[in-house]
Design a protein around this ligand. Structure first.
Ligand code: G4P
Length: 545
């Protein structure tokens, strides 16, 4: 029995909420990120997406182009050496009737804050796991972040051309480890050297992998169910018997695909494949199109933003400076939340209430940046600017709306920073402010004394900052142990905060927005303040504005 696919569930969900169908241009957008543990195959899968998306011609070229892109965005030698991607970027491509926007999440666990913000800009996530390794630590962490937002998740079990775990074991592990229902969208036939392909449970098709040509699209044979005699033409008897048994068991034991449950983030369909052999990728893309969510409502204050609203709104979830060291430009990555944007539009920058003509927005098509003539809700555009646009900023056609839910976390590691050349203190300040705006680090200026304290979430970020300051500003710097280990933002009525500041000057600093931050070494201090200053609250997150 096949489970009927179809995008109709999306419309049913909308009708239940009394909302009209989305304009077709918006309805066809699927904006998502890939979450995975390093080495599971995210890069390879991305390349195949782009290949099928027609963004690139040949897979051989992909690596080369991928490298070219990397040398531009992952400008640091360190990144290359360590094989991590510090910078998130966005790519758009068409597949079938869908427009996919893939937002790249930084792969290293040190950059969780950045990753978290990236995930505020997508409507779904594709979770890639290695068929031999199952759910790994980084996958689990990223999954938890997705769960906080109830993001729908589609799963791709990769590397089936190698020895993999038993299919039921893999599914069980995901269900138990991540507490999510798993429903098979395809079922692997054999594994490792015997891996032949998959039976497509959603469409009753046999997909056969071609080992001779890694870039070839799998041969597809439409069948009348598992008992179709033509199966025997392609699958040896022992494997066929195993397949029939397993699928029968799977249909008895595992939940059926429930599109609504997928959209609510309670169920994940799983596809099996081999990214390097281009196998299973098309089926996954079909699945993202069919079962993945349309652009969703964006939480904002004082009201939420619906994608179908005719007025344009968008928000900045990522700022990347110096993508091209020659031009010292900054690109703000903006997720369009509603409307139809066209190039040259004047939008209101809500934080400063100033108009901004968006004359040269960029779309990230595969490896090349291109001028974006238009963009719809769901799309990601890059807006080059000189620092006006910060993470969390909202752009509208005039209404004072502020997108909610883009947090800034208190850093977990603090160090003082000094320029190697004391005459260059001003330069250092400029560099630090820029990185603070990018969200690459927290920068605190102590109320008493000189210099700066830099705060990060993962230790590797100090190294990244050090090499970027040297590379981009020609300024060698030194980081040293700070007397403080924790930072908390201070909130409260003006009088109460002033009184608090006056009594705790040694501990007070200001972040790059000028907000008051309390620095300390002792949890005891934080507890004491909570007791002694009931009118003041200390918090470890602040919403970016
Ligand atoms: P990541 O971005 O998640 O870190 O993973 P990436 O795509 O870079 O893949 C990690 C390694 O796994 C690469 O091998 C890649 O070729 C391999 N790989 C990806 N998909 C498959 C697959 O379906 N089957 C098999 N057998 N291997 C796969 P590498 O040796 O590290 O790099 P390379 O020399 O192949 O480029």
């Amino acid at each position: 029995m096949a489970i009927a696919p179809g995008p109709h569930h999306v419309y049913i969900a909308r009708m239940l909420d009394n909302r009209p169908p989305l304009p077709p241009e918006i309805a066809r957008r699927r904006t998502f990120a890939i979450i995975s543990h390093p080495d599971a195959g995210k890069t390879t899968l991305t390349e195949k997406f782009l290949l099928y998306g027609g963004a690139i011609q040949m897979a051989g070229q992909v690596r080369a182009k991928g490298e070219a892109r990397r040398t531009r965005s992952d400008f640091m030698q360190m990144e290359k050496d360590r094989g991590i991607s510090v910078s998130a970027s966005a790519m758009s491509f068409d597949f079938g009737k869908f427009r996919f926007n893939l937002v790249d999440t930084p792969g290293h666990s040190d950059f969780s804050e950045d990753t978290y913000r990236t995930l505020t800009a997508v409507d779904a996530a594709v979770m890639v796991i290695d068929g031999a390794k199952g759910v790994e630590s980084q996958t689990r962490k990223l999954f938890e972040v997705c769960r906080l937002r109830d993001l729908p998740i589609l799963t791709f079990c990769n590397k089936m051309d190698r020895e993999a775990r038993d299919t039921f074991d893999i599914i069980d592990e995901i269900q138990e480890n991540l507490a999510i229902d798993v429903t098979p969208a395809s079922w692997p036939i054999g594994m490792g050297r015997d891996f032949l392909g998959c039976y497509d449970l959603l469409n009753d098709r046999l997909e056969l992998m071609d080992r001779a040509d890694r870039n070839k699209v799998a041969e597809t044979i439409t069948l009348e169910g598992l008992d179709d005699p033509r199966m025997a033409d392609h699958i040896p008897p022992a494997l066929l018997e195993q397949l029939r048994e397993e699928v029968e068991m799977a249909r008895e034991l595992l939940p059926k695909l429930d599109p609504q449950s997928v959209l609510e983030g309670h169920m994940t369909p799983i596809w099996f494949g081999s990214a390097i052999n281009s196998f299973g990728v098309k089926e996954l893309m079909d699945g993202i199109g069919t079962y993945g969510p349309e652009p969703q409502i964006q939480k904002a204050s004082p009201r939420s933003i619906a994608p179908e609203e005719t007025k344009v709104t968008g928000f900045v979830f990522k700022v990347q400076a110096n993508m091209d060291p020659k031009h010292r430009d900054r690109v703000a990555f903006v997720r369009m939340a509603s409307g139809h944007f066209t190039r040259g539009m004047k939008l209101t920058h809500v934080r400063t209430k100033k108009p901004m003509a968006i004359t040269n927005p960029v779309l990230f098509l595969a490896s090349d940046r291109e001028l974006a003539e238009e963009a719809w809700a769901g799309d990601i555009i890059g807006i080059p600017n000189h620092g006006q646009l910060r993470i969390g900023d909202t752009l509208t056609e005039g209404e004072m709306l502020k997108v909610a839910g883009i947090p800034s976390f208190a850093p977990e590691l603090l160090q003082t920073v000094r320029a190697g050349d004391p005459m260059k203190a001003k330069h250092l300040e400029k560099a630090l402010m820029q990185f603070a705006e990018e969200g690459a680090a927290k920068v605190f200026k102590p109320m008493i004394g000189s210099g700066f304290i830099v705060g990060v979430v993962g230790a590797l970020q100090f190294e990244v900052l050090g090499s970027r300051i040297e590379l981009e500003y020609g300024l060698p710097v030194r980081f040293d142990v700070s007397q403080f280990t924790s930072a908390r933002w201070v909130h409260g009525a003006k009088d109460a905060v002033e009184k608090f500041i006056n009594a705790n000057k040694q501990h007070i600093s200001y972040d790059h927005d000028g907000d008051v931050v309390y620095l300390t070494r002792l949890q005891w201090d934080i507890d004491r303040i909570e007791r002694d200053y009931p009118d003041v609250t200390l918090s470890s997150t602040k919403e970016m504005m």
